[in-house]
Design a protein. Sequence first.
Length: 126
Amino acid sequence: MVPSHYKQLEKMPYTINGKIDYQNLSKLASNEIENNNNNINFIKSQKTEDVIASVLKQLLKLKIIDYNQNFFDMGVHSIMIIRAANMLNNLLKTNIDILTLFKNPTIKSLSGYLIREELINPQKTS
């Protein structure tokens, strides 16, 4: 097997007997993997939010959008929500239904839902 990544350590963890402490070594590796996953989710979230924002900007003909503001408070109506769903499905290569947009009516909440439910992945949004 080939490792997925390498990490250079300043000092190897050793047991009292002077042998490599594999338990502490694996803890270091799992912490690093967890940190990388959090960074990937943050980047994925930003990209998804930017795509959703660009769709809403285009539909509403706005230059600036608040990521926490409700779509319907911005001026989105029933026909526009259908257009937004279609545009997002094409851009994110997913299958967002209209009910999802009603249940997650802000850019932040919709992005979080899509990532949580794994309806998108980083390759689809880049």
